[in-house]
Ligand binder design. Structure first.
Ligand code: FES
Length: 146
C-alpha cells in the first residue's frame, strides 16, 4: 500500500463527515424556516369566527372576565371590554384566567385583564374588538377587526 494512501483515506472520511455535518445543519435550518413560514401561512388562512363576521352575545353576561370561543369579554357594570382571544405569540386561544391574569395555554404568555401583555413570549397586547350594544335586542354585537 502506498504511503500517502492512508492520509488520502482519512482526508476522504473527514470530508464525508464535514459534508454530513453541513447537510445536517442545512436540514435543520430548512426545517426551522419551514416551521416559521408554515405558522405564518396557517395564521393567515385560519381566521377565527370573530375575525370573519360580527358575533352576538346576550347583554346579561356575568360581571368580570368571560371566555366566548375566540373572544374575551371583561364586563364591569354596564361597561364591556371586548378582545380577541388570539394570543399574539403564535395564535393560540387564550382561554384561562389565573388570579388577575389571562394566560395562554401554549407557551404561557400572560396578559392583564384588559389585554395588556405582561409576560412573553407574546410581545403585543390582545387585539381590542369594537362592539356596540343593541338595547332593543339586549345584545352585545362584537365587530371583526378592520
Ligand atoms: S401562542 Fe400564546 S404564548 Fe405562544
Amino acid at each position: 500500500m502506498p504511503k500517502g494512501h492512508g492520509g488520502e483515506e482519512s482526508w476522504r472520511k473527514e470530508g464525508n463527515g464535514r459534508r454530513r455535518f453541513l447537510r445536517w445543519i442545512g436540514g435543520g435550518l430548512l426545517g426551522l424556516i419551514a416551521l416559521f413560514f408554515g405558522s405564518m401561512v396557517k395564521r393567515k388562512l385560519y381566521r377565527l369566527k370573530s375575525e370573519q363576521h360580527p358575533v352576538r352575545l346576550p347583554l346579561d353576561l356575568p360581571q368580570g372576565v368571560t371566555f366566548h370561543e375566540d373572544i374575551i369579554i371583561n364586563r364591569d357594570g354596564n361597561s364591556y371590554r371586548t378582545m380577541s382571544a388570539r394570543c399574539n405569540h403564535l395564535g393560540c386561544i387564550v382561554d384561562r384566567k389565573e388570579g388577575e391574569h389571562l394566560v395562554c395555554p401554549c407557551h404561557g404568555s400572560r396578559y392583564s385583564l384588559d389585554g395588556r401583555v405582561l409576560n412573553g413570549p407574546a410581545t403585543h397586547d390582545l387585539v381590542c374588538l369594537h362592539h356596540r350594544i343593541n338595547a332593543k335586542e339586549k345584545s352585545l354585537i362584537i365587530e371583526p377587526p378592520a
